[in-house]
Design a protein around this ligand. Structure first.
Ligand SMILES: Nc1ncnc2c1ncn2[C@@H]1O[C@H](COP(=O)(O)OP(=O)(O)OP(=O)(O)O)[C@@H](O)[C@H]1O
Length: 316
């Protein structure tokens, strides 16, 4: 049986003034799973995560973390969770170690400062003042604080914003290690590559509604793959096999296909037969980024109408 750790059911959050930022969102996250919440700016990610963290009560529906209401049973739920906020907001005159110790003082069962700084790759910066840290290093410190209490569930709000590519890779490796140790991770991110790399499952929010969910592979499998190349001079696109003559801009050709292998085989067979070199040939499956952009675009043009299966998050 799957052990469900986070459960959101028809979740709603309205703000003063009547604006509803979260409009009936349902999903669940299993123990040891990395779940990513994606969405355009203002889609309702932070509003949703704050409900999961027990920082506010929903105006409709319900949330359960470890089977408990995280708002009403905060005293029981909070010590078992780690929260990495978008802005840590700690005193900038303290050193890195002092900051960790200060937080350790109010965290039950806190890891030693040196251990947690080693984990996030900040050991060499332990005596530096927080105000002297780079943006990416601050995010690492935020992460260190979230990990202090050895949480069972970790909430990461845009964890790698401001990090350089190496810092991002290190953080991904750390998050994977934590998952291997059984930690459940819910993250929000604007980096689709991050969701593709890390998430076991993901959900996409748009204007407070869940418009798509599934594993990254499931999400991208529903989108067409793409083949691009340029034909050599003297071979017009009109000579391509009929099924492949998708879109040609002079000699440049772009084919969108639901069956990449079959279409690519046909294309290469044709190229060999007529001795054509396909210049800059590039064939790739749809990325999460393309899926995301397409969905955002569809929703804009459809005036917010749902275009996707909204059956969210059945546990694996
Ligand atoms: N305290 C508040 N009062 C009124 N409206 C709010 C409040 N907080 C957020 N909102 C609105 O709710 C909507 C969702 O905001 P939210 O911060 O949850 O989105 P988000 O997906 O996290 O966005 P981003 O990616 O930009 O961080 C936005 O339209 C925002 O303006």
């Amino acid at each position: 049986m799957t052990d469900t750790v986070i459960e959101a059911e028809d979740l709603r959050r309205g703000y003063a003034g009547g604006f509803e930022a979260v409009r009936g969102v349902s999903f669940s996250v299993a123990r040891g799973e990395i779940f990513a919440l994606l969405g355009t700016n203002g889609a309702g990610k932070t509003s949703t995560v704050e409900l999961l963290e027990g920082l506010a009560a929903p105006t409709g529906g319900q949330v359960r973390v470890f089977g408990l209401d995280p708002y009403k049973r905060r005293a029981e739920v909070r010590p078992r969770t780690g929260v990495m906020l978008q802005e840590g907001g700690f005193p900038s005159d303290l050193s890195v170690t002092e900051t960790v110790r200060m937080w350790g003082g109010v965290t039950s069962g806190a890891r030693p400062a040196a251990e947690v700084l080693e984990l996030v790759g900040l050991a060499a910066r332990s005596s530096v003042r927080v105000k002297q840290l780079s943006g990416g290093e601050r995010r690492r410190l935020d992460l260190a604080l979230a990990l202090l209490g050895r949480p069972e569930v970790l909430f990461l709000d845009e964890p790698t914003t401001g990090m350089d590519p190496e810092g991002r890779r290190d953080t991904w490796a750390l998050v994977r290690d934590l998952r291997a140790q059984g930690t459940t991770v819910l993250l929000t991110t604007h980096y689709l590559e991050e969701a593709e790399e890390l998430a076991d499952r993901l959900a996409m929010l748009h204007e407070g509604e869940l418009v798509l969910s599934g594993s990254p592979a499931e999400v991208t499998a529903t989108r067409p793959a793409r083949i691009r190349f340029t034909l050599p001079a003297g071979i017009p696109a009109a000579r391509l096999p009929l099924a492949l003559r998708a879109a040609a801009y002079g000699q440049r050709v772009e084919i969108r296909t639901g069956n990449l292998q079959a279409d690519l085989t046909e294309l290469l067979g044709w190229a060999r037969e007529c001795g054509a070199e396909l210049i800059g040939l590039d064939a790739r499956s749809a990325s999460l980024e393309e899926a995301f952009l397409e969905i955002a675009e569809n929703h804009r043009t459809a005036g917010g109408a749902r275009t996707e299966d909204t059956k969210a998050g059945t546990p694996r």
